[in-house]
Every structure is written in C-alpha cells, then in structure tokens.
Write a protein that binds this ligand. Structure first.
Ligand code: AP5
Ligand code: MG
Length: 217
C-alpha cells in the first residue's frame, strides 16, 4: 500500500514515517532527506538546492520528481510512504503518472492537521541524530539523559539550517500557497483522510494505523 503524509513543516511527517518503516516494513521516501543528502555529498544538484532550502523556498518540480522517479523502481517493501512529496499540483500529477506506469496505486493521503503556533514551537525545539536521522524534540521527545541516540547510540545531534524563524515563515508561506491546494485535489479523488496531528506522537501513530487498516485503498 502506498500512502502520502501531507502536512506543513513540523506536522510530524518524518516522525510518523519512521514508525511506519519500523512497524510495517514500509519504505520512507522523503524528498527533504534526499535533498539534504545531495547537498551533503556536494553534488552539482546539491549545491544548487542548498540555498533554496535554506531560504525556505521549494526546489524545482523537475529536480524532486527526478529524485522520486529514481527511487520508485527499487525495493518496494510493504509500500511507499511519500513524506514531503508531492508539494505542488504538478508533482501530484507526476506521481499519479509514475505510479500508473509501474502498475501501482495510491492507497490514501493522510493530512496531518496542526496549527501554526504548535509548528513553530516544535521546529525550534527539533534536533536530529547525525548518524541515523532519528528526530528529537527538546520538549516532546528529549534526547536520552545519557546523551546517546535511542535508536543507534550516536552522540552527535544537529539542528537543520532551515529551522530558524525566518526560513520557517517562508516554508509555511510556500506550504499554504503551493502545497495546501493538494488537500482539495486528493479530496476530489476520494483518497484524502485526516488525523489530528496535535495529539501526542503515540496517539497520532495509532490514528494513522487505524486509517491504514480500515480506510486506505
Ligand atoms: P522537508 O524536509 O520535507 O521539511 P518540511 O516539510 O518543512 O517538514 P519537516 O521535516 O520540517 O517536518 P515534519 O513534518 O517531518 O516533522 P517532524 O516529524 O520532523 O523539506 C525541507 C526543504 O526541502 C523544503 O523547505 C524545500 O526547500 C525542500 N523540499 C523537500 N521536498 C520538496 C518537494 N517535494 N518539492 C520542492 N521542494 C522540496 O517533527 C517536527 C518536530 O516535532 C520534531 O522535533 C518531532 O520530534 C516533534 N514532533 C513530531 N510529532 C509530534 C507530536 N505529535 N507531538 C509533539 N511533538 C512532535
Ligand atoms: Mg520531515
């Protein structure tokens, strides 16, 4: 089963996607993680996107669709979780075409509903394990007291370059201008489902699990 996690920056897409990977053997396809890996490896594309990401703007459709296309033909596990993709109507159309070409379907699109105040609070408190990418939060999910990542034991934690108030403002603007129209797009296709993203992490995970088991494709 293939699903999309749709929601603004800080909605909890990455957090929930990692749980679905662990608990259900699904494969997380996060365009944000792919772009961060590209900039870290210093490829030409990575250099081009670094500035765009730090500003909080969207990277071009062409680049992200290319990244997703490359990954769709690999291991499909128990299905793909699209995390942070699609983010524009053009990307949504492209995803539909790619899946059709592969004889695959989109099960459902889960909108994680949150409010802007919670997002700002979550994002400024976020850090990520440099080794495995596990996400922590100074308030809701602190780094263990021994200073080691609970998943891999790593001891280095990083804050994202775009996790500052100015970039976040622009990321939210991009979300409302270019990504939120996808809510109507998938509603019309009959695949949109909603969960309360403001609940605690376990409660959100349970709500997503229920959608997947009972009401997704
Ligand atoms: P991307 O990496 O996708 O970032 P984003 O959409 O801004 O979302 P985040 O990763 O910030 O939030 P999240 O929803 O994953 O929340 P998380 O689980 O970490 O994209 C970054 C940039 O790349 C974009 O700005 C753009 O430039 C580019 N890009 C990427 N994809 C693109 C595309 N398709 N097209 C064009 N450009 C693209 O949670 C946040 C924090 O809250 C964590 O600390 C977590 O521990 C905590 N938390 C999570 N859930 C809860 C909860 N229920 N209660 C309390 N705390 C919680
Ligand atoms: Mg994320």
């Amino acid at each position: 089963m293939n699903i999309i996690l749709l929601g603004p920056p800080g909605a909890g897409k990455g957090t929930q996607a990692r749980r679905l990977v662990d608990e259900r053997g699904m494969i997380q396809l996060s365009t944000g993680d792919m772009l961060r890996a590209a900039r870290k490896s210093g490829t030409e594309m990575g250099k081009v996107v670094a500035e765009v990401m730090d500003r909080g703007d969207l990277v071009t459709d062409e680049i992200v669709i290319g990244l997703i296309e490359e990954r769709l033909t690999g291991d499909q596990g128990a299905g793909f979780i699209f995390d942070g993709f699609p983010r524009t109507l053009a990307q949504a159309d492209a995803l539909g075409e790619l899946l059709e070409r592969l004889g695959q379907k989109l099960g459902c699109v889960i909108e994680m509903q949150v409010d802007d105040d919670a997002l700002v609070a979550r994002i400024v408190a976020r850090s990520t394990c440099a080794q495995c990418g596990e996400s922590y939060n100074d308030i809701s999910k602190p780094i263990p007291a021994d200073g080691k990542c609970a998943v891999c034991g790593g001891t280095e934690f990083i804050r994202r370059a775009d996790d500052n108030e100015e970039s976040l403002k622009q990321r939210l603007m991009e979300y409302y201008k270019k990504t939120s129209p996808l809510i109507g797009y998938y509603y019309c296709k009959g695949t949109l489902r909603r969960v309360d993203g403001l609940a605690d992490i376990d409660t959100v995970a349970a709500a997503i699990g229920e959608v997947l088991d009972r009401d997704c494709g």
